[in-house]
Ligand binder design. Sequence first.
Ligand code: SAM
Length: 259
Amino acid sequence: MTSAKSKYLLTSAGDLGLEQLICLSELLDDDSTRVLGEIAQPGWRCLDVGSGLGTVANWLAERTGDVVAVDLHPDHIRSRPGLEVRRHDIRDGAPGGPFDLIHVRMVLLHLSEREEVLRQLIDSLKPGGWLVDSEFIGPPLQVVAETEPGDGELFNEVVGMCCNRIGVASGISYTWAEEVDSQLVAAGLAEVRSRRFEQTFTGGDAGGRLFRCYIDQLETRLLAEGITAAELARFRDVVLDPRFRAWMFTNVVSMGRKP
Ligand SMILES: C[S@@+](CC[C@H](N)C(=O)[O-])C[C@H]1O[C@@H](n2cnc3c(N)ncnc32)[C@H](O)[C@@H]1O
């Protein structure tokens, strides 16, 4: 792996990081456990990469009894029997393998080294082992109901700025979600398939609160990009207002099995 590593734009540390992880868990755990529930078997050795809150790692540990959960900030991961938690940068390799199942959710899109990390993860699978990667497709997001005329436009302007300007400049890829399927085929995996999960959110629920976390973490950069403090204040009100409704980022879950 290259010595000059990219920097993870957001942080899972602190209250803001914790709230972000709670929102992701509320939004995505049903999708993840639905897919993993069709694959994971008792006795399997598993790796959960960038576990965040660790809810999926805990679910996997209950199902399989043998999970390693790694994260740059593993402090929020609740430990339980069958789950080993490690503070670890996945760009330094997959510790504790080989694995029957590796699960990655909302991590590789953040890493400019994503293709190399994916290759290393596949190398760490046992023959017959599964890789499952879950990633967001980026904006624009369709607004279903505005609070006031113009709020939908403001919402997409700010989200677009977070993703397409600040995120992309930091090495995030919002097209990666749609590339993973082909990457898994190119890496020689079998039984490759992808599923899209789509849902709306309502201001104040996990989706709205997630956007609030994003702009709180990126506020300084958003102001530097020309978004005004008044626009950010309005954005905060909008995503917490139950009259505002919009589609969340599409969650693409791709999987494949090592021959
Ligand atoms: C967007 S959060 C997703 C958390 C969790 N997978 C989920 O979907 O709820 C990304 C997580 O990956 C972790 N992370 C980022 N870069 C990492 C790296 N290089 N190695 C290990 N973990 C990393 C972050 O600390 C954070 O907890």
